[in-house]
Design a protein around this ligand. Structure first.
Ligand code: DAH
Length: 340
């Protein structure tokens, strides 16, 4: 009996292919196989012998099936490996049929370039770069900046209104509010981003453009601090010393509010068409944060104060490269973009 079992096991293990194994399985484990033979004369055995035979048959069945399953799964995994091998694809092989377009690689948009430069500068001065949503709430875009409903300042910013007191942000100032709410004082932050105004488009107006908002909140912040940071910013951008002056300007979220002008970089202040003969170019609205704005965002104005500024990135790029039509910037025109 043991011999019979051993030779059956050997036959299974000697199978070289899945097909051969299957044929052996039918022969060995099938209706006419070894196990069937072993059970055939069971009737003639004594009760004791029958019990012993039964036990033997069970173990034999287990070892034969075990050997069969083991070999079968080895054939299967071999087959799978072979298939995967044949399906392997080298995605890094350059295609001979689709060469790179003649335009070559692209470059950064001039607005992105200037934005990244300013981000680097302010990071080095300890400012965080924050992001805010383009779809804003009326609260963040207006109310929390001290521009309540019916305030005339709302009319200065023609707004794309959305449903449910939402809107496309008209400036990056709402990110100030989010910064104050989230981080609290002391705070140094800038927030570059896209803003939207419901304007008719011409050479100097776009419905979509870029701004960069800045804010610093600390103890005893002065107009001197504000001027220092603005001069540092502008010298860095224009790569030379700039002379600045402050004029009063009105924005509900700052008090006092200023318009910061720089001495015209084209004529050096003597007067030319770019500065409309005045020697000065208006560049940057700013001011000391209105205590009411601090209070609305949960900051105690008796302990903290700060400055804020709003830089028109699109405007700045136009000045830097003497671009005379704002529509170029979003035109996607390669003749324009290739110059940067
Ligand atoms: N948010 C203003 C605008 O788009 C610009 C501005 C003015 C921002 C004064 C400021 C600021 O932070 O202090 O018209």
């Amino acid at each position: 009996m043991q011999d019979l079992l051993d030779s059956a096991l050997q036959r299974i293990q000697a199978s070289a292919t899945a097909e051969e194994l299957e044929a052996v399985r039918v022969e060995v484990l099938g209706r006419k196989g070894v196990l069937a033979q072993l059970s055939k004369d069971m009737g003639k055995l004594t009760a004791e012998e029958r019990a012993a035979r039964g036990k033997f048959i069970n173990t034999a069945k287990q070892s034969l099936e075990g050997a069969y399953e083991a070999l079968k799964s080895r054939f299967e995994s071999d087959a799978l490996a072979k298939r995967l091998d044949s399906e392997w694809l080298d995605l890094t092989v350059p295609s001979s049929s689709a060469p790179l377009p003649a335009t070559g690689p692209g470059s950064l948009h001039p607005i992105t370039q200037i934005q990244w430069e300013i981000e680097d500068l302010f990071r080095s001065l300890g400012f965080s770069v924050l992001d805010g949503p383009e779809v804003e709430t009326e609260h963040h875009n207006f109310d929390a900046l001290n521009i309540p409903p019916d305030h005339p300042a709302r009319d200065m910013q023609d707004t794309f209104w959305l449903e449910g007191h939402h809107l496309l942000r008209t400036h990056t100032s709402p990110v100030q509010v989010r910064g104050m709410e989230k981080l609290g004082p002391p705070l140094r932050m800038i927030a570059p981003g896209r803003v939207f105004r419901n304007e008719s488009v011409d050479a100097s107006h776009e419905h979509t453009f870029y701004q960069l908002e800045g804010m610093m909140i600390d103890r005893n912040v002065s107009v001197g601090n504000l001027t220092f940071f603005m001069k540092t910013l502008l010298s860095e951008i224009f790569k030379r010393e700039v002379t600045v002056r402050l004029r009063p300007g009105f924005f509900p979220f700052v008090e006092p509010g200023f318009e910061l002008d720089i001495e015209c970089l084209i004529c050096g202040g003597s007067g030319c068409p770019v500065c409309k003969q005045s020697g000065w170019v208006e560049l940057l609205p700013c001011g000391l944060v209105n205590p009411h704005v601090l209070r609305m965002s949960g900051i105690d104005p008796n302990e903290w104060n700060g400055f804020a500024f709003g830089l028109g990135l699109t405007r700045l790029v136009m000045m830097r490269y003497a671009i005379d039509d704002i529509r170029w910037l979003q035109s996607g025109d390669l003749r324009f973009l290739r110059q940067f």
